[in-house]
Design a protein around this ligand. Sequence first.
Ligand SMILES: [Zn+2]
Length: 98
Amino acid sequence: MKNIETEKKIVSLMIKYYCKIKHKRKMSDLCTICNELIEYSLKKLSLCRYGDNKPQCNKCSIHCYSADKRIQIKDVMKTVGPIMLIFHPIKTLRHFFK
Ligand SMILES: [Zn+2]
């Protein structure tokens, strides 16, 4: 099951955790960089031409993220991934870490 809405929720949550860990912010009060990254990611997901059939982003041929944003999101995945797998071991998450 792949669902864009679920992915949007997970991506936002991961970036919030990331900001909390890396930038020592509250999850309700993210820094500008992370707020921008969330907005950017949600916009990209909304525009994803595959919709609910979207492949894993790292296997997608389109690579819609710009280079700098890709570096940021990779760092988010690397930092928060292990935590997310412990606290949110839901099926959809595997999608990100295969
Ligand atoms: Zn931040």
